[in-house]
Design a protein around this ligand. Sequence first.
Ligand code: PBG
Length: 329
Amino acid sequence: MYPLRRNRRLRTSEAIRSLVRETIITPNDFIVPLFVVEGSGIKEEIPSMPNYYRQSLDLLGKEVKELWAMGLKSVLLFVKVHDHLKDNAGTEAINPDGLMQRAIKTVKDACPDMLVMTDVALDPYSSYGHDGIVGNGEILNDETNVALAKMGLSHAQAGADILAPSDMMDGRIYEMRTTLEEEGFLNTGIMSYSAKYASAFYGPFRDALDSAPADIQDVPKDKKTYQMDFANRDEAVKETLMDIEEGADIVMVKPGLAYLDIVRDIRDAVDVPVAVYQVSGEYAMLKAAAAQGWLDHDAVMLEQITAIKRAGAHMMASYFAKDVVKLLG
Ligand code: PBG
């Protein structure tokens, strides 16, 4: 067909490139993860996540107002709890006056229209750093589901809009959905981490929350019996379809960049919105390379975010959310 068709014609200027651009990033694409700690006046940088912070509740209100003003309208809350509150069953997770429950109220008080999503998993509350209850050297599936459903209910009662179970137990979406229905929380949504892989990219996050699996006898050293094997692709679709049947409103793939084949498979297979979590290790890699002067931070950030959306994400949980929105201007 050459020279009748010259593809470069559509690349000759920024004007024509922007006219034919297929993927556009806007503030509407983002969910902002926030790390919350006890205390007051605390804004501490996470060492392996430069320019990302754990903040106390008194600063959280200001933070969410700033996000809202930037057009960022969804947050995903995580809490770092004191060691003395941790046990195997994650009992503190359902304390109506616990840190998460107060954080939800703080965000809603400061910014009533902000969409509040909450992490539902036992690891920040677990003395063993596991997402579920440990027994007989393994993670107990069904007992954990009961605990997660109670935890989710407690978040809903505190005012959470969407529960985000990040644990990968079998059947937890069903358990959570039926509990919410029975208790009258018909409009509380569930964003399921449906295809979550056992990934070494979560390292900096576990530093942030002090939630890594403990090195204790008879406690599994990793999360490979519940999180997925990164060698598997078809399994991600199976996991995700099951979560939708169980009542998930939004499904998620995690991590992001190394899993874009999975994102596209799932986008093609489902009829619900697809979220992608661009995780802590992805953030840390770029920050480190940029600090060395080896990569152009803003250019690579935008390229990565665009790639995730292009692969099929309707929304992205990303530590770069503020940076990207500032860059977009
Ligand atoms: C745990 C949880 C993890 C992340 C979100 N929820 C870590 C893990 O599974 O060990 C990781 C997020 C990130 O790395 O940014 N329920």
